[in-house]
Design a binder for this molecule. Structure first.
Ligand code: MN
Length: 228
């Protein structure tokens, strides 16, 4: 057994529906502007841009159902997304083989300090300060693909305090799941435990303490996150 000089951090994991076993999280790749109507609402032309990704940290994952309003911001936005969980990986994966690497799917919120992200964009700086902060990735349990099939269409939506705020369809994704896996594997050694947050439809907006967010993806179900 390794003799560490300090206590190593605990492995972050997600529950798996129908199982006592949990899914260990390695990296989290998040795609930007993957739904045309969201790209347009953020002031971009969806037709002219190749995909781009940023990362959150595994330690940012939270399954408690509570999202504490974070420090150093007054404009925190929700982004409802489908999560793709990988059971294996590699490099230069072909699109036609990509879905073989998918363990399952889940629900996630790419919570964003939009004011800090906006400043970073303006200054040409990295986005981490707006994206990869404590508990910035509320997530549901995963559902094995064996139970859901591979999800490439169906409703994706978010309600805040009972009002529909985001609504879209998985079939509106500009870069499909196999394309994202193939693309990422050209730049990174993707591996078992990696998660992909697959982008958000239009309608993103701010939350306040006390708000109750309910996200859903057809074929997976729904999850509830309360802002505290
Ligand atoms: Mn996002």
């Amino acid at each position: 057994m390794t003799n560490y000089v300090i206590e190593p951090a605990q492995q972050v994991s997600l529950p798996v529906r129908g199982s006592d076993a949990v899914f260990p999280v390695r990296r989290i790749y998040c795609i930007g502007r993957n739904y045309a109507d969201h790209a347009i609402e953020m002031g971009h032309d969806p037709d002219k841009e190749p995909p781009f990704f940023f990362q959150k940290n595994a330690e940012n994952v939270d399954t408690s159902g509570e999202f504490p309003y974070p420090p150093q911001t007054s404009d925190v936005h929700f982004e409802m997304e489908m999560i793709v969980a990988l059971k294996s990986g590699g490099v230069d994966i072909r699109e036609e083989d990509a879905l073989d690497h998918v363990f399952g799917y889940g629900l996630g919120l790419d919570m964003t300090r939009r004011d800090l992200q906006g400043e970073a964009k303006k200054m040409g700086r990295p986005w981490e300060i707006g994206k990869a902060f404590e508990r910035s990735a509320p997530m549901s349990e995963l559902v094995p693909a064996i139970d859901t099939g591979h999800l490439d269409q169906g409703r994706i939506a978010l309600q805040v305090n009972g009002a529909e705020r985001q609504i879209g369809d998985l079939n509106q994704m500009i870069w499909k799941v196999p394309e994202m896996i193939a693309y990422l594997s050209r730049f990174y050694d993707i591996a078992a435990g990696d998660l992909i947050m697959s982008g958000t439809p239009a309608g993103v907006g701010p939350i306040e303490r006390g708000d109750v967010m309910i996200g859903e993806v057809e074929g997976i179900g729904s999850f509830t996150v309360t802002v505290v």
